[in-house]
Design a protein around this ligand. Structure first.
Ligand code: PEP
Ligand code: MN
Length: 271
């Protein structure tokens, strides 16, 4: 039997620990963890909004080697401590097979970024560690990867054991230059047709500009995504990475207000 390109992964469950059926889950926080104070201020806002998750990068895969690379283990310590203090589950990126075990000791959810979707050694390692340590994995779509390649990447993770994977569409590269990437919104219904995996949208990296994040997030609810992963910062203009696309507190409150309306129209609740 021809097994080569067969996508097996119609397993999974859109009702896993990270995503809940009937709900639209908002995961937010800064692009990068920059200091204890910065992350704590952000956690206060998130918990006041009644949200459950905080994101923040400690190991940053930057396009330029001269850009801020993250606080690394110190950032992980802040994330764990602040997550526990505010009762928030934590999401952070893994970039290297060498760090996966350590990161899993600090965070609840392991994120694999767009640059690493085809890093098969990393996918396999994350699968093993996530299965052993009972962690959820968010797998972002490679910016030059097809949906089929993305679903096959999931299987590199799930062959390592029983792992809950959430897909994240974060924009692909096209000829269009008015946005940072082009959000493939149709990926959501396509994934829903091909698999049972939950899928969220990252509006921030897709559009790359804060003023476009709210309209695109509204579309994420309407198209049937299970949630969003959206960047927010206490002072975006001072951010050490991705300042132009991060929402400030006021914008985050406005986002929540607008998402509630769209969610209500399709019978979902925001959490
Ligand atoms: C991120 O979420 O911090 C990130 C680096 O995103 P992406 O992998 O989509 O560029
Ligand atoms: Mn970012």
């Amino acid at each position: 039997m021809e097994q080569k390109n067969k996508i097996k992964n119609s397993s999974g469950n859109s009702n896993n620990r990270l995503m809940k059926k009937g709900y639209f889950t908002v995961i937010t926080g800064p692009c990068a963890i920059e200091s204890y104070e910065q992350l704590e201020a952000c956690a206060k806002i998130i918990s006041n909004l009644g949200l459950l998750y905080i994101r923040g990068g400690a190991y940053k895969p930057r396009t330029s080697p001269y850009s801020f690379q993250g606080l690394k283990e110190k950032g992980l310590r802040y994330l764990k401590e602040i997550g526990e203090k505010y009762g928030l589950k934590t999401v952070t990126e893994v970039t290297d097979t060498k760090n996966v075990d350590k990161i899993a000791d600090y965070a609840d959810v392991l994120q694999i970024g767009t640059r690493n979707m085809s890093n098969f050694a990393l996918l396999a390692k994350v699968g093993k560690v996530a299965s052993k340590k009972n962690k959820v994995v968010i797998l972002k779509r490679g910016w030059a990867s097809s949906i089929k390649e993305w679903l096959l990447a999931v299987e590199y993770i799930t062959t390592g054991g029983d792992v809950e994977v959430v897909l994240c569409e974060r924009g692909i590269r096209t000829f269009e230059t008015s946005t940072r990437f082009t959000l493939d919104i149709s990926a959501v219904p396509v994934i829903k047709k091909l698999s049972k995996l939950p899928i969220i949208i990252d509006p921030s990296h897709a559009v790359g500009q804060s003023d476009l994040v709210i309209p695109v997030s509204r579309a994420a609810v309407a198209v049937g995504a299970d949630g969003i992963l959206v960047e927010s910062h206490i002072e975006p203009s001072k951010a050490l990475s991705d300042g132009q696309q991060q929402l400030n507190e006021k914008e985050l409150i406005e986002l929540m207000k607008q998402l509630k309306k769209v969610a209500g129209a399709i019978g979902k609740k925001i959490r």
